[in-house]
Design a protein around this ligand. Sequence first.
Ligand SMILES: [Zn+2]
Length: 254
Amino acid sequence: MKSVISLVIRYIPRPILQTVSPLAMKALSLFNRGNEVTCPICNSQYKKFLPYGRKARENALCPSCLALERHRLMWLYLQEKTNFFTGSLKVLHVAPEHCFIDRFEALPNLEYITADIESPLAKVKMDVHSIPFPDNSFDVVFCNHVLEHVDDDILACSEFNRVLKSGGWGILQSPVYDLEKTIEDKTITDPAERERLFGQRDHVRKFGKDYAERLRKSGLQIEENTFVKTLPEEKVKRFALAPDEIIFVCRKGN
Ligand SMILES: [Zn+2]
């Protein structure tokens, strides 16, 4: 089962996976009936979540809403540490995740705008290097698992900084590896070579431990938030969170 899922994830483009997979996932979830884990996003309970990833991680994917560890952690962080669910906020969500879109759209306190360069799930077609909104437009920006794909991650972050209002904040997650410094080489365009060096066929860099420092060059303030460490162990288990995950919280800088 693990290897079948890995193969599917590897060869089926994600937008297609996101639109056709819910039914298949529902079928798979029948095998995982139980109440050992709870998805805080959709409130489904299972014996465990499904394995997910190229090197499949056990207990990762919620079959009901397709949330992964990082999505569940972000949801809990938004609930416990921000006014996202109650404040009157204008939100820009780049490359919106399937598990969040309908739920965020339904929040009456938000003016919620989804954007992407290609995803059929987003309302505004947009390139993060040149965001088609005026300065100081948004209270909140989310852009997860995008910056490893774009030509100029720092330019994209300066754009976020520009469109954030004073006091605005956001979350900018990307895969961060155990490397001292980010590696990138724009001359490499061969997908196989990109996969070998950067971890995926459409990645143009591999972020290292300098991720936060690097994004600060854009003018954004970046906090490496260890919210998961403040949660009791039962919650980390119950919600199947990654115990070392860092949330990269940005705030408008200069
Ligand atoms: Zn779920």
